[in-house]
Design a protein around this ligand. Sequence first.
Ligand SMILES: Nc1ncnc2c1ncn2[C@@H]1O[C@H](COP(=O)(O)OP(=O)(O)OP(=O)(O)O)[C@@H](O)[C@H]1O
Ligand SMILES: C[C@@](O)(CCOP(=O)(O)OP(=O)(O)O)CC(=O)O
Length: 356
Amino acid sequence: SDESFIAYAAAAPNLALIKYWGKRDSRLVLPLNNSISVTLDDQLMRTVTMATASPEFAEDFVELNGKPVEVTDRMRAVLQSLRQRCQRGQDLASWKVRVATRNSFPTAAGLASSSSGLCAFAVAVARLADTLRWLSTVARLGSGSACRSLFAGFAEWSAGQRPDGVDSTASQLASAGHWDLRVLVCVVGAGAKSAPSTQAMARTVATSSLLPARLSCLPDRLAAVREAVAGRDFASLAEMSMRDSNCLHAVCADTYPPVHYLTDASRAIIDFVHRLNEASGRVVLGYTADAGPNVCLLAQPADVHLAAGCLQRAFDIGQVVGDLGEAADNSKVPSDWAGDGSGGEGRLRATGSNRC
Ligand SMILES: Nc1ncnc2c1ncn2[C@@H]1O[C@H](COP(=O)(O)OP(=O)(O)OP(=O)(O)O)[C@@H](O)[C@H]1O
Ligand SMILES: C[C@@](O)(CCOP(=O)(O)OP(=O)(O)O)CC(=O)O
């Protein structure tokens, strides 16, 4: 009708290189530590969201990939926050909202659909409300990691110190064009994860005695990643990402009862990366794994072909999907580098190369 408003937004998922794990305030979604991520190329992985407000709607409604889904408490928190800030007048603030959203990649499969999904949700509704201020706050209410997807390229989300969270915002460290990096997504399992990150990280905060050790070493690691990004130092970025991923899964194991995200297949990929790097005499790949079994590999463009070929050989993968770039020189990798061939017997279902 003449009286409805429509707004659109798009966002891409982000991959945390230094992970957010643990909140200092659950209601406001304020983290215990800064985190740094790289946002994937939105031409390849993207959420597109349309939000409509109308006085004719009886209730808020969300459709994800063509099917109605529950309007979660987090989505309600985003809607409420934006209704309070609405710049288009009280009428619109009281109207119900319909959201139709679609992901161009598997949803809830450990590929960070919540980061792009809740980011696009927040931005679309913020556009409806004509208020683009405090977007970090609004996106973070949807899902903490979503606020980093507000930016292309590298982003850092500051933990902040204030109880009201106004200093807990995301900002861009470097644009997407600053550094051409690739991500190979090793899809180990696309099923539901063993423990949702929100609950699992709360349990870590409540029970892990290793978490304080993680938090105390993060300032140095964050500084190293900022420096690696600024100087395009791949070896350093990859090493910090691998260390931080290992550290995240160590505090998960120290959580009581423990949280297990990695499977034997995930660990086989991690070991593969170390073997490949050692055999190559340089850091060809880095890895990072979030709250699920999938492992994302970081590579420089010239190494993607080499890495994909080695992955195929080690894990007996039929097909590697995606843009692999030019064939690279494999001659520098000894032919027996894959060692015992303990590859994972085809449990790796697919990999794709993705520009950041
Ligand atoms: N486009 C979207 N719009 C709104 N919500 C979405 C969208 N895509 C995903 N979500 C929400 O995110 C949930 C998936 O998040 P979940 O953490 O379980 O999976 P994920 O994709 O593996 O993300 P992550 O890797 O960040 O943990 C979905 O069940 C849905 O509630
Ligand atoms: C392991 C992580 O992916 C955890 C992401 O946690 P979420 O952002 O999904 O958690 P909530 O704020 O409770 O919604 C690391 C990261 O993305 O930094």
